[in-house]
Ligand binder design. Structure first.
Ligand SMILES: [Mn+2]
Length: 332
């Protein structure tokens, strides 16, 4: 059975065009399991086809997802020479998601594999399916459709990308295709227990203290339909956590009964960062984030904003209340 018939022909052409060239597989800033898993898998499959490929990340690979890399050639941005390489982007909604420096180094991306709603297709070859739960799902489908060899490390990387972006197979994006592909990846050696162990049974004390701080800050707004928590400037040093440890915190705000939108605000010295999570896709968190130059998915979006917390908080809250009112109005 073909998973992504619409991509098969174009992918075959891309593979042919890449023959004899050197490729850099690029992921986004603050990489997650889907980003790293997709980069690793795409890079390994290209290498299996005799193509010279490396992965490059603008940021450090988070400790919890390092196990995905294995013997894949994986580098941070400034560790390698970029001249004469061709860029393929994974899990990036736009050209800038990997940062300005990589955009300067690779002004003409050849390929883009993604599932973000806001992705308008910024490469020569675009493989964007917004109905997919994960970029790893898109890649797994394309690779299996093409009959390409998937080794154990590749299968594990793709499986883990799918598992993390579906919230462990809980989010609305969890389709029968997700389960079908996951089963195929297991047949290629992916181990769900290994992914669970590495991702969820190896927390640091600092991470739990960060969670404690975040939960202590939670406030219900908008008649209990919005829940906002703030991590104050300096908290990471104070509790012995890293910025990577913010992963998943916002889900606690959203998890409260009656809350439809969960928010995590990080106060930094010079910038405010915010993560928005909606309980249903009609809330379109990506377009709320876009009001502050951010973006993402309908259920999960993020933004960076040059403002103080005192300036930003009421503006964001007003935008979220407006969104709830609009969604209420549309239902009537
Ligand atoms: Mn993703």
């Amino acid at each position: 059975m073909s998973h992504y018939p619409k991509f098969a022909g174009r992918f075959a052409v891309l593979l042919q065009e890449l023959n004899g060239r050197s490729v850099t597989v690029i992921g986004h800033q603050r990489p997650d399991g889907d980003c790293i898993g997709s980069q690793v898998a795409l890079c390994r499959v290209l290498i299996s086809q005799g193509i010279d490929a490396i992965c490059v990340s603008p940021d450090r690979v988070p400790r919890r997802i390092k196990f995905l890399v294995g013997d894949t050639p994986f580098f941070q941005r400034d560790e390698v020479q970029h001249a004469d390489r061709i860029a393929l982007y994974t899990d990036c909604a736009d050209h800038g998601r990997a940062g300005d420096r990589l955009r300067e180094l690779y002004p003409d991306p050849w390929g883009c594999f993604d599932h973000h709603l806001s992705n308008a297709g910024f490469a020569r070859f675009n493989f964007v399916d917004t109905a997919s739960a994960a970029t790893a799902e898109v890649l797994a489908g394309i690779f299996l459709d093409a009959g390409l060899p998937l080794d154990r490390t590749t299968a594990q990387a793709l499986y883990t990308g799918i598992m993390t972006d579906t919230g462990q197979f809980r989010f609305p994006s969890t389709s029968s295709r997700v389960f079908g592909l996951s089963a195929e990846l297991m047949a290629h050696g992916a181990d769900p227990a290994l992914a669970g162990q590495e991702l969820y049974e190896r927390e640091s004390l600092g991470k739990l203290k960060l969670l404690q701080s975040y939960i202590g800050s939670l406030r219900l707004e908008g008649a209990g339909r919005i829940c906002i928590g703030v991590l104050p400037n300096g908290i990471f040093e104070q509790v012995g956590a890293t910025v990577e440890d913010t992963e998943g915190l916002v889900d606690y705000a959203r998890s409260i009964d009656g809350v439809e939108i969960g928010v995590l605000i990080e106060e930094r010295a010079d910038v405010i960062k915010a993560s928005l999570r909606g309980k249903h896709s009609s809330l379109r968190m990506d377009t709320v984030a876009a009001l502050f130059n951010g973006g993402g998915h309908a259920n999960a979006a993020g933004l960076n904003c040059q403002a103080t917390l005192a300036e930003f908080y009421p503006k964001l809250l007003a935008a979220l209340k407006q969104r709830l009112a609009d969604v209420d109005g549309a239902k009537k």
